[in-house]
Design a protein around this ligand. Structure first.
Ligand SMILES: [Zn+2]
Length: 456
């Protein structure tokens, strides 16, 4: 080994230690991480990535919508008011800037927590009386709380921006209570999840990535099933739909879609926002249609019918289940990638004992969380591409269910006016944040249907 190589390795150690927080060449580095760990980690990252791509391609082939025309911009002259569109440009620009500022927040917090592990892990382990799972729970709760705190100024700016432009209407105190409750729920969920991760890292040593994959799948399934039961009711009150004509209409649409609907309820969303909202939640015979009161008050029956048809189309095609299937299928390959990245930065488990082992496990858990948070943030364009495909399919099926493309177009115009949203947002904004096709594309889809209807 020559001097240059040694110097190189020293610099690499220094860089890695700056990231993970160990002084170079201190005993922890010797204990936790070797050059072999780094190479093994890189190989595992490559294998995890290759498997992720393979599974993604398989899903893209198997559960991707078929029979939906490819998206293209609609003929918009006479549809949207150009004056309004240009008046709202400043408002939208502000929202876009805030959205970009929000992207790195969670990863930066998680990386900072991982990088300072040497400074807090002793105290956290002490608080947890040496129990790694409990220390993990503390770490998870702290991470969620810290992230909410760091994101608060941006959330407040966004709240003020939306209110000042007449789009939002929630009073400040109720907004703050919602933020607090939301943060508390996040803290509980993350405390439980990170406790499991920390225990897996500690006890399963080199196979904890399998447990991580299982945990992510379980969380996705659990939150999808439980959020309508446990989380949504905390933020809204519902009452039965008191409109027999509309109820008949909705049940008839549901029959045509072959979707079972138990109850139809209306929320009190108007306390918070002017925006429209509708969803079908639950599974099988317990499914219910949820409409916001803003929608009931602000949209005429034909458009309401179209919105419900869109939601029923999601249920008909099982988009919720397919969404969970994506997460479940990708969880294990991605967990392998996280395992590799964690090993490369914080070393793989070896013969550590007692306190040193607990410290190492907690550090690895923090590094794994930083990797997961970063992966989640940068994969937004991919997950939103999947979401947009299913939304386009729901639109296309809703058009067939209602046979009313004009209602679809009218509703786009109405929604845009309420939210003062973009019809044709910048491509990068749409790629990163767009969960639905653009308004222009959705109008295009309705016009395409209209043309096919006229032609047949
Ligand atoms: Zn939808």
């Amino acid at each position: 080994m020559n001097v240059t190589e040694d110097g190189d390795r020293g610099r690499r150690e220094l860089r890695a230690s700056a990231l993970v927080g160990w002084p170079t060449y201190d005993s922890h580095v010797q204990l936790l991480r070797s050059g072999g760990d780094r190479n093994r980690g890189l190989i595992l990252i490559a294998v995890g990535l290759a498997l992720t791509i393979a599974v993604g391609a398989l899903l893209r082939w198997q559960i991707w919508p078929s029979g939906v025309p490819s998206l293209s911009d609609g003929a918009l002259s006479g549809v949207f008011d150009p004056q309004q569109l240009s008046d709202d440009r400043g408002y939208r620009r502000g929202l876009e800037i805030m959205a970009w500022i929000g992207v790195p927040l969670a990863p930066v917090v998680a990386i900072a927590v991982a990088a300072t592990a040497t400074r807090w892990r002793d105290r956290v382990l002490q608080l947890a009386r040496g129990r790694v799972a409990l220390a993990g729970a503390l770490l998870g709760a702290a991470l969620a709380g810290l992230t909410a705190l760091v994101a608060l100024p941006l959330a407040a700016a966004r709240y003020a921006w939306i209110r000042d432009h007449g789009v939002g209407r929630q009073p400040l105190d109720s907004w703050l209570i919602d933020r607090l409750e939301g943060a508390a729920i996040q803290m509980v969920i993350l405390a439980i999840a990170v406790a499991v991760v920390a225990a897996s890292v500690h006890y399963l040593r080199r196979s904890w990535w399998l447990a991580l994959g299982a945990l992510v799948t379980l969380l996705a399934v659990g939150l999808t099933l439980l959020s309508p039961v446990l989380i949504s009711p905390r933020f809204e009150q519902t009452r039965p739909l008191d409109n027999p004509a509309l109820e008949r209409d909705i049940r008839e649409l549901a029959d045509r879609a072959g979707v079972e609907v138990d109850e139809i309820v209306v929320t009190d969303a108007s306390r918070r926002t002017r925006a429209f909202n509708a969803r079908v939640e639950g599974l099988g015979a317990t499914q219910r249609v949820v409409l916001s009161d803003t929608l009931m008050q602000g949209a005429p029956p034909a458009e309401l019918r179209w919105v419900v048809a869109h939601e029923l189309a999601h249920a008909k095609e099982g988009h919720l289940v397919k969404g969970v299937a994506w997460i479940a299928a990708l969880a294990v390959p991605l967990a392998l990638l996280v395992f590799g990245a964690t090993g490369a930065m914080a070393g793989f488990a070896r013969d550590e004992h007692g306190r040193a082992r607990a410290e190492a496990s907690l550090t690895r858990t923090a590094v794994a969380l930083a990797v997961i948070t970063t992966l989640t943030a940068i994969s937004a364009p991919l997950s939103n591409t999947v979401s947009r495909a299913y939304e386009a399919e729901a639109d296309w099926i809703a058009l067939q269910l209602t046979g009313d493309p004009q209602a679809a177009i009218d509703f786009r115009v109405r929604t845009r006016e309420r939210r003062r949203g973009a019809v044709d947002p910048p491509a990068l904004i749409q790629l990163w944040f767009g969960t639905h096709p653009t308004s222009s594309q959705r109008v295009g889809l309705a016009q395409r249907f209209e043309k096919e209807l006229g032609g047949s």
